[in-house]
Design a protein around this ligand. Structure first.
Ligand code: 2AM
Ligand code: CA
Ligand code: CA
Ligand code: CA
Length: 261
């Protein structure tokens, strides 16, 4: 894809994201319809569903030949990553959205033949959009973002999902202990934003493709490592224990995790 085409898509996706944010801000002032999915800790609201439909409609009109992977099921059943594949998480951090009305994000990613091309993480209440990709660089709103410093685990904050702590998955306590401190934000997108800005050095969580699709593109564009917790490449169509980290923090974490496989 040439740069003119990339920039045209980039401008268009940003317009959708601004409309999507306005939609969420309006809807969240009304009563939310909240339902559970797999457990009482796994929620979905009418706004998640309506926002996914909104974004998917925009994609289908703009690029009808695309395949779309959407969390709430309004996209396609995808078996191959050939061609244009869009990954949509209409509200990342639904629990935060319901309980706090804050700390949640809209995420969109575009892959072409399995390669990450453009990623978007929009912190709705902070009105902060992280966007870009390997060919155009990464932006924090309109400002170019430089690569975060390559800090080791000992000298940086580490972040994980709640279940990692509750169940001590994959020797997580030792990872936290070896770091400068532990943070838990409750939204994969918000955690990725902290990583991209160099505020934390690693994030470890069990994630689904729409949780890491956008973050992977942005993080790799800034020289961060995005792999399974065992250091293997991620499969775009599967869930896994994912680690996003600076090069040094990844090297520090791999042996700790390896000791508890
Ligand atoms: P979601 O809000 O889009 O579902 C919370 O720790 C983070 O993990 C959120 O980014 C959340 O995304 C994601 N997540 C993935 N699987 C989940 C599950 N089964 N239940 C709750 N959150 C989940
Ligand atoms: Ca969800
Ligand atoms: Ca999510
Ligand atoms: Ca979601």
């Amino acid at each position: 894809m040439n740069e003119t085409e990339l920039r045209r898509i980039d401008r268009t996706v940003k317009q959708w994201l601004h409309m999507s944010r306005e939609f969420i801000l309006t809807k969240m002032q009304q009563n939310l319809k909240v339902a559970t999915k797999t457990s009482r800790k796994d929620l979905v609201t009418n706004v998640d569903k309506e926002n996914e439909k909104f974004i998917i409609n925009k994609i289908r009109t703009f690029a009808p030949d695309s395949q779309i992977l959407g969390e709430e099921g309004f996209g396609d059943q995808i078996k191959s990553t050939k061609g244009l594949v869009w990954v949509v998480d209409p509200i990342d951090g639904t629990m935060n959205f319901v309980k706090q009305r804050d700390h949640f994000a809209i995420m969109i990613a575009l892959y072409v033949d399995g390669q990450g091309v453009l990623g978007y993480i929009y912190d709705v209440m902070g009105d902060e959009l992280l966007s870009g990709g390997p060919d155009i660089g990464v932006f924090q709103n309109d400002d170019p973002l430089t690569a975060p410093e390559n800090i080791n685990l000992r000298d940086g904050l580490v972040s994980v999902s709640g279940p990692m702590v509750v169940h001590n998955y994959r020797n997580f306590q030792k990872i936290a202990d070896a770091s400068s401190g532990l943070r838990i934000y409750g939204s994969a997108g918000i955690e990725m934003i902290h990583l991209l800005k160099g505020e934390i050095v690693a994030y470890v969580s069990y994630l689904k493709p729409w949780d890491f699709g956008a973050g992977k593109i942005l993080a790799e564009s800034l020289g961060l490592k995005v792999t399974t917790v065992d250091g293997k490449p991620l499969d775009m169509l599967s869930s896994d224990f994912v680690m996003v980290a600076t090069v040094k923090a990844q090297q520090d974490i791999l042996p700790i995790i390896g000791s508890n496989v």
